[in-house]
Write a protein that binds this ligand. Structure first.
Ligand code: ATP
Ligand code: MG
Length: 564
């Protein structure tokens, strides 16, 4: 009997946001789906933002909807064109498509101003002269209601006039604010007459000095969503408590009202995920820049050798949760390992070379051995690897006095050289300090290709390169930037900086088989037995630098267990 070909069509993966969207469409609350990713251009994007991009863009895709890239550029003080450019590059690289909807919240400043006047006319907003300190004092606490501002009952005309004069630059920074008139006794502190406009005599990256009043996040964000016709405004959990305010502004104005839904931020083990800390790490010289391959920024991950596909796959696997948690960094690494295992060109490279001289191999002879480019992909074919009398192997693949479980090369012992021959170590040559400088070995010509005709076995296969043909290269061995699962968990008197991993970068001078000599920045390889490596952008044509993207296995699994 034939097996049923397919039991049932697999359900598209879903989550609580997709379910809510589905329900909104079913109930007619919205007729279509339109999402946005709203970065503030004050830093580089990180892997947490990639999660947000894939929630926003992924949901638009799933429901045949639209997706906007909108810069939430409402604060002139910290925002820069450099960040705008970097964010555009990153979001594009991640694979999200905003079509022609690259938008800037600052383009809506005129409309926002008109709506602020509308709220004043409704008696729902007022100009307040309290200083920031006074305002804080009068706001109350979670257990104590706030006090009404003495300026709360200004007339509509006075408020309209003062707002106009604030806009026209009559007042100094901090002298006045525009506040929503809601409820100073609300149990939700966000509703205690929140600030809508602050005075800031500052140059805006797009508006120049047109404005000297700038809208607060809470005032601006819902308006931006409304103007763009966004249906679902998806954001992280810290905005949950701001949602009543989001709703209040839109309801009071009586304008189109999108729905805000919150999800958990991504936190990764061994990582900090805060813009402020990124700035400190860069400014303090702990990393080389925002795109340092140890940084969890998109630019850093890209430079490290991550692919957009691997990041997308990671976002798919972690899903969309409603509760905060810490995701294992190993999960992210698994995604790049699995991707590169399928696609990466294999080469042999020796990171810590020790010379091997095959005493019975003819001087001057060179053989071209066949090597498999990718065992996961037969179509990738084979390449030639030069084999000669002088080779390099990995220093750690030899032990003069091996313990019982060490099966690699040792005096008198035979091992296989990958794609080559069996070799046997006959003599160890040391320098004056006792350091091994050369291993004198013999090879068995009958074992070409890797097997002995008499059936004798070896217990190890080593990678190697030809001394004369291999190319020297710099290889940067990256590890976790922090050595604590949660770097923010610190002893008294310490900061996350104290949890930096002192061994997060080791630079070695390696030898690589000549196949890699024409590699270009961004090219990825598996160095056999060692891991995945990517050519760095600051390679010179005659001098390649490689970044280690990931080891072949997760060396931290046990450390992490021990720390728990
Ligand atoms: P800040 O609040 O300090 O400006 P931010 O990381 O929230 O920092 P935004 O530019 O406001 O920066 O973020 C853009 C979007 O990305 C927001 O919708 C935010 O909710 C989301 N986001 C930020 N960090 C994470 C994270 N770790 N995981 C998932 N989404 C995130
Ligand atoms: Mg934010």
């Amino acid at each position: 009997m034939n097996e049923p070909i397919e039991e049932a069509k697999a359900e598209a993966p879903t989550d609580f946001i997709r379910e809510a969207v589905k329900q909104d469409l079913a109930e007619g609350r919205f007729q279509h789906v339109h999402t946005r990713f709203p970065p503030e251009p004050n830093a580089y994007l990180h892997i947490g933002h990639a999660k947000a991009v894939w929630i926003d863009y992924g949901i638009a895709l799933d429901f045949g909807g639209k997706f906007n890239l909108r810069f939430d550029d409402t604060n002139p003080l910290k925002e820069e064109q450099e960040f705008v450019d970097a964010i555009i590059e990153d979001v594009k690289w991640l694979g999200a498509d905003w079509e022609d909807r690259l938008l800037f919240a600052s383009d809506y400043f005129d409309q926002m101003y008109t709506w602020a006047q509308d709220l004043i006319r409704k008696g729902k907003a007022y100009v307040c002269d309290l200083t920031p300190d006074q305002m804080r004092e009068q706001r109350g606490t979670l257990t104590k209601p706030g006090q009404n501002s003495p300026y709360r009952d200004r007339s509509v005309d006075e408020n309209l006039d003062l707002l106009e004069r604030m806009k026209d630059g009559e007042f100094a920074d901090g002298e006045k604010t525009l506040r929503a008139k809601i409820d100073m006794a609300s149990p939700n502190i966000n509703l205690r007459d929140p600030v809508m406009y602050r005075i800031r005599h500052a140059e805006h990256h797009r508006q120049g000095d047109k404005w000297c009043i700038y809208p607060s996040y809470d005032w601006a964000h819902g308006l931006e969503d409304s103007i763009e016709g966004v249906t679902h405004s998806l954001c992280t959990l810290e905005y949950e408590i701001h949602r009543p305010l989001y709703d209040w502004f839109l309801d009071e104005l009586g304008i189109y009202h999108p729905r805000q839904i919150e999800f958990a931020r991504l936190n990764l083990s061994y990582t900090v995920m805060s813009k402020r800390k990124f700035i400190e790490l860069v400014a303090g010289g702990y990393v080389s820049g925002y795109d340092d391959p140890r940084m969890p920024t998109i630019a850093g991950l890209r430079r490290r050798g991550y692919t957009a596909e691997a990041i997308k796959e990671f976002c798919r696997r972690i899903g969309v949760a409603k509760a905060d948690n810490i995701i294992e960094a190993a999960q992210l690494e698994d995604c790049i390992r699995e991707g590169l295992n399928k696609s990466a060109q294999r080469v042999m490279a020796v990171l810590d070379p020790v010379k091997v001289v095959l005493t019975n191999y003819p001087e001057g002879q060179v053989e071209e051995l066949d090597a498999v480019n990718n065992p996961e992909d037969a179509a990738a074919g084979t390449r030639k690897v030069p084999f000669a009398r002088e080779l390099y192997i990995e220093r750690e693949d030899f032990m003069e006095d091996p313990p019982p479980k060490f099966f690699r090369l040792a005096p008198g012992r035979e091992v296989r050289l990958r794609y080559g021959y069996f070799i046997k170590c006959e003599e160890v040559v040391k320098d004056g300090s006792g350091k091994i400088v050369e291993l004198r070995c013999t090879y068995d010509p009958a074992t070409k290709g890797g097997d002995a005709p008499d059936g004798r076995k070896v217990k190890a296969t080593l990678h190697w390169v030809s001394a004369a043909h291999s190319i020297p290269a710099e290889v940067r061995l990256y590890d976790h930037l922090f050595n604590k699962v949660n770097p923010d968990k610190v002893e008294e008197g310490q900061t996350y900086i104290d949890n930096l991993n002192p061994d997060s970068l080791k630079v070695v001078e390696a030898r690589i088989e000549p196949f890699a000599k024409d590699a270009k920045p961004g090219d990825r390889f598996q160095f056999e037995r060692l891991g995945y490596f990517c050519v760095d952008k600051d390679s010179a044509p005659s001098r390649l630098s490689f970044n280690r993207t990931a080891t072949l296995r997760d060396a931290w699994a046990n450390v992490q267990k021990a720390q728990k």
